[in-house]
Design a binder for this molecule. Structure first.
Ligand code: ATP
Ligand code: MG
Length: 639
């Protein structure tokens, strides 16, 4: 094992894992005592597969645990250090946040919002977004956040599904120096949707907006509202939110999360993963529009009374050094970001991060996609200066919180670039074959979760049937996340890509991440995406789409060099039949590569749901590159 990356924090709590192994239900029961409950639960877990109820009959409130608990101890502690893309700054203490949340909660009540009602939140990354979520949680309304980059049709689809009574939005938001007119998008989205009773508009950019019958200005209602609002004593299983998945593999699913179990999961995992300390300045770059923002911007950090940096806008605007400036300015100690963002930062070179003082950093996290080992090493060397552990966290919208990750808050283990290491205490995962039989180490298969966990989704909103089919029909009473993986001899997990995208070449199965990371380890390649097309002899042949690093031009020589490189680092079986150079890859708005679109283009099929696609031009580019090369191949055959 490569011990070069054994960056320890000195924690060595062997008991936690031992207790979790002995009895996972009892273990989570103990963890639940870290939270404030109005009434204690009578049963830790009620498991009627595939439906799990955690902390049955317990009464709890998410906003109380996120705000009141710290406010009572240390109300002056800073909760949010906010920075706008235009440089504006705001700071809110726990006490201020609590008063603000109560005002918004009372406003929602005055608009007729009751326990169980849905409230759609379509806001940029401003403190009001956090406030809106917690205000819903305070009164037992179910929040459903829509990422503020979505178009009106995507909002319409989601609002129609959740039947939200109220929509909270802003006049606009800042992105790459421009103003996105959010209110206008909402107007288009909800025209004719009678069940939407009110639209509450926060004036953030101060651009002119038209106000209709349903529209209410935030300041008009909120400023005068009382700063006190009793938290609803909610059942542990009361729904906290609906959140639509990233849509990487298909149409987004309305994931429904509960309260008690979800909070327990977040309290514990936030502690273990980030080894959180009173003095930390935490910065997660995820937008609250995605689950990482829900779990590790809103609930996880606030449950711990953490101070965090929140940033609106693009991390590379107005210059690519923006993210490093933020870290330097606020003396950030923990950074949590995504492989896609890291690949982008890497493209700009080492000089930018090297020119800033990043010495405050002590821990670095990643989430969202498999991290290429090359990118991991860059993060470790250039950003962490070889002193910060890299915490690769594997999880999903559905899992609520991390399930596989290093846990420096508990133990020190050697890290391996590209591996999310081991399952968290209280989590039982395995790699199995098509029949559900657990595979020995080093054998590729499907990742499964064998027992329920507290952050587990309750169901899909209004669609128990789909919930059963998507996650519980492949294996009996075992959760199927849809990821392909391998566990090595040391018990470390390596995520190989989506199960749907697995390539079958001449009897061998290859995960997309294996080949893509092979490409990314070449000095000329910034990003790679691969997919398969049917092949008469091999079953499937591999085609690869590559984004080259700045200043590299494609050539026949580079192509053969890349093919040789893949043969060497992955193996001859991974030799791609076709290589395409593109300037961008199709990605979801959360930054994940949408391989299903590449597959559709390559197989000349109709493209499915693209509501979560970031930039349609990327698909056109892939299509053009593909058809040009196809033409060239055809022509050379004719000759
Ligand atoms: P959809 O389910 O709608 O297709 P999605 O799966 O991208 O979208 P998310 O819930 O945002 O929606 O993402 C979860 C998925 O992201 C995981 O199933 C996994 O494929 C990938 N993922 C997340 N974190 C990691 C990680 N650390 N390593 C490898 N893959 C990861
Ligand atoms: Mg998914």
């Amino acid at each position: 094992m490569d011990t070069k990356y054994a960056i320890g924090l000195g924690n060595n709590d062997v008991l936690t894992r031992k207790r979790a192994k002995e009895d996972y239900v009892k273990f989570w029961d103990e963890q639940a005592n870290n939270l404030h409950w109005f009434e204690k639960w009578s049963k830790t877990l009620e498991w009627n597969p595939p439906f799990a109820k955690w902390f049955v009959n317990g009464k709890i409130n998410a906003s109380y645990n996120a705000l009141d608990v710290t406010s009572q101890k240390n109300g002056k502690k800073t909760a949010i250090l906010w920075e706008g893309e235009d440089g504006k700054k705001r700071s809110l203490t726990y006490q201020e946040l609590l008063s603000y949340v109560c005002q918004v909660a009372n406003t929602l009540k005055s608009l007729g919002v009751k326990k169980g009602d849905r409230v759609t939140v379509y806001l940029p990354m401003i403190p009001e977004l956090v406030v809106s979520l917690l205000a819903c949680a305070r009164i037992g309304a179910i929040h459903t956040v829509i990422f503020s980059g979505f178009s009106s049709q995507s909002i319409r689809d989601r609002v129609s599904d959740s039947k939200s009574k109220v929509i909270i939005t802003a006049d606009g938001g800042f992105r790459r120096g421009a103003i996105v007119k959010l209110k206008q998008v909402v107007d288009e989205a909800i025209s004719g949707l009678d069940f939407v009773e009110h639209v509450l508009v926060y004036e953030h950019t101060k651009i002119p907006i038209s106000m209709g019958k349903k529209d209410k200005k935030w300041t008009d209602l909120v400023s005068g509202a009382s700063e006190h609002c009793e938290p609803e004593k909610l059942d542990s299983t009361h729904p906290l939110y609906i959140l639509y998945t990233s849509g990487t593999t298909g149409k987004p699913k309305g994931v429904l999360h509960g309260t008690g179990g979800y909070l327990v999961h977040l309290y514990s995992t936030f502690q273990w993963i980030f080894d959180i300390k009173e003095s930390d300045i935490y910065f997660c770059t995820a937008d609250i529009g995605w689950v990482t923002g829900h779990s590790y911007v809103v609930y996880g950090p606030l449950l711990h009374g953490t101070t965090q940096v929140m940033y609106e806008g693009t991390l590379v605007y107005p210059t690519p050094a923006r993210i490093w400036e933020i870290i330097e300015r606020y003396k950030v100690t923990i950074l949590y970001t995504t492989p896609t963002a890291l690949r982008m930062f890497m493209k700009y070179g080492d000089d930018l991060p090297n020119s800033k003082n990043l010495s405050s950093l002590r821990l670095l996290g990643t989430v969202g996609e498999p991290i290429n080992p090359e990118v991991w090493k860059w993060y470790f060397r250039v950003i962490g200066k070889e002193k910060c552990p890299i915490i690769d966290t594997w999880w999903q919208t559905e899992t609520g919180g991390a399930l596989i990750s290093p846990v420096p808050g508990l133990e020190t283990i050697p890290l391996k670039p590209g591996s999310a290491t081991r399952e968290l205490p209280g989590i039982n995962v395995a790699v199995v074959d098509d029949h559900g039989i657990e595979l020995p180490p080093e054998k590729k298969g499907y990742l499964v979760v064998k027992t329920p966990w507290p952050g587990m989704l309750l169901s899909l909103w209004n669609d128990d049937e789909k919930y059963k089919t998507v996650y519980w029909s492949k294996y009996k009473d075992v959760y199927y996340p849809g990821d392909y993986a391998i566990r090595d001899k040391d018990g470390y997990f390596w995520m190989l890509g989506r199960a749907d995208d697995v390539l079958k070449v001449a009897g061998h199965r290859l995960g997309t991440a294996e080949i893509e990371s092979g490409f990314v380890s070449h000095k000329s390649v910034a990003e790679a995406a691969v997919c398969g097309i049917p092949h008469e002899v091999k079953g499937e042949s591999i085609i690869a789409f590559l984004v080259l690093k700045e200043g590299i031009t494609p050539s026949k020589q580079l192509e053969s060099e890349l093919i040789q490189h893949i043969r060497k680092v992955v193996g001859p079986i991974a030799t791609p039949d076709q290589l395409y150079v593109v300037s961008k890859l199709p990605k979801t708005r959360s930054g994940k590569i949408m391989r299903r679109l590449l597959k559709s283009v390559a197989n000349n099929e109709k493209i499915g749901d693209i509501s979560t696609l970031e930039d349609e031009a990327a698909v056109d580019e892939v299509r053009n590159a593909f058809s040009e090369l196809q033409k060239a191949i055809q022509e050379s055959k004719v000759k």
